[in-house]
Design a binder for this molecule. Structure first.
Ligand SMILES: [Fe+2]
Length: 356
């Protein structure tokens, strides 16, 4: 088997080295990025926009002090389909209103598979994923704990829950309290524009590939020793799923559905699969497709579409301060939500066996 160390990319803590040319704080924008524009009560500041691409936008003008109207939610979904990542500053939302807004975007919210009951969960809500660096007792996650190693997989480029059936459509990550000292960033990559820029013959070669997505693969890439084998209850809670690599995004453009969870191309061996998967992840995460969002204040909210983007966190560091971020997730309810059934692939056991 290919050694995971040889295929894992190492992404250190990164952030824009200097303010962008526009002097704006919070996002890394292209020089010449368009000025903000008004759409009804909303002000929209795109991050990347050209005649070929729209990716990322900061949105102002939502009144978060009261329930978001259905008309505004509809307007925001249209913006989401276009930009794939929307950033809202200082919303003032709490857990309840975070969940209420998420439910306006889709009826079926993902239940955190690691929710073991309110008494054992810092947040105490099965609709919220605690992606903070804070333990149940309020202490900061320590190096070499299982949770520390689990988080290392989140610092690899991924889409959320591509291994889940149904997969995730939207993720909404909300900050509580002050951001971590020294800057706190989440990075996003535009898989639609990256696909569009591939040579035509490459597109044709990728068109019909199906990929096995496995949470425990990305955990092993992030921390090969700790996650060489998941614990039995971990494996049972999160089995793999199978999805087409080339898909159509909500805005009608084709996109690559990729993640560090992507373990194997169905019908290919593990080594060849990983070579292709990481070539494509590297392709999608070139600077011209990536922007970095800085967490500036408590209440900052970022909402992204997992079906047409990838993202990654900065890895944990020794001496980090508390970073309290909580994620709600809307399950995909579209025709591609559960991917390709194993029965259609006909090689379910073979895929598993080859990978080990
Ligand atoms: Fe994530």
């Amino acid at each position: 088997m290919l050694e995971t160390q040889t295929i894992t990319r190492v992404y250190p803590n990164t952030w824009p080295a200097a303010p962008s040319s526009s002097g704006r704080q919070g996002v890394l924008s292209l020089s010449g990025a368009p000025a903000k524009y008004q759409e009804g009560a909303l002000t929209i500041q795109p991050v990347f926009q050209s005649e070929y691409s729209s990716f990322g936008a900061e949105v102002y003008g939502v009144d978060w002090s009261r329930p978001v109207s259905d008309a505004t939610a509809k307007q925001l979904i249209a913006l989401q389909n276009k930009y794939a990542v929307l950033v809202f500053r200082e919303t003032g939302l709490d857990d309840e209103r975070h969940i209420a807004f998420t439910q306006q975007l889709g009826k079926d919210l993902e239940i955190n598979p690691f929710f073991y009951g309110r008494e054992n969960d810092r947040i105490g809500n099965p609709f919220l994923w605690d992606v903070s660096n804070i333990n149940l007792d309020g202490t900061i996650v320590q190096p070499n704990s299982r949770r520390w190693h689990h988080s290392r997989g989140n610092a690899l480029w991924h889409t959320d829950s591509s291994f889940h059936q149904p997969r995730a459509k939207y993720s909404l990550l909300l900050s509580h309290g002050s951001p971590a000292r020294g800057g706190s960033w989440t990075h996003f990559a535009d898989t639609r524009r990256a696909y569009a820029d591939l040579p035509e013959e490459r597109k044709a070669a990728l068109e019909n590939l199906v990929i096995e997505h496995d949470l425990w693969h990305s955990r092993r890439l992030g921390s090969p020793e700790t996650f060489r084998e998941p614990l039995p209850h971990e494996r049972a809670r999160v089995p793999p799923a199978y999805h087409k690599l080339v898909q159509t995004a909500p805005d009608g453009r084709k996109t690559l559905y990729l993640a560090a969870h992507a373990k194997q191309v169905v019908g290919w061996d593990f080594e060849k699969s990983q070579k292709l998967i990481w070539e494509l992840i590297d392709w999608c995460t070139q600077p011209q497709y990536v922007f970095s969002m800085e967490w500036l204040a408590g209440g900052d909210l970022v909402w992204w579409d997992n079906r047409q983007s990838m993202h990654r966190a900065n890895p944990y560091t020794e001496g980090m301060t508390a970073r309290d971020v909580r994620r709600s997730t809307v399950n995909d309810d579209g025709p591609l939500a559960c991917g390709v059934p194993k029965s259609e692939l006909g090689i379910e056991d073979e895929v598993e066996a080859k990978a080990e």
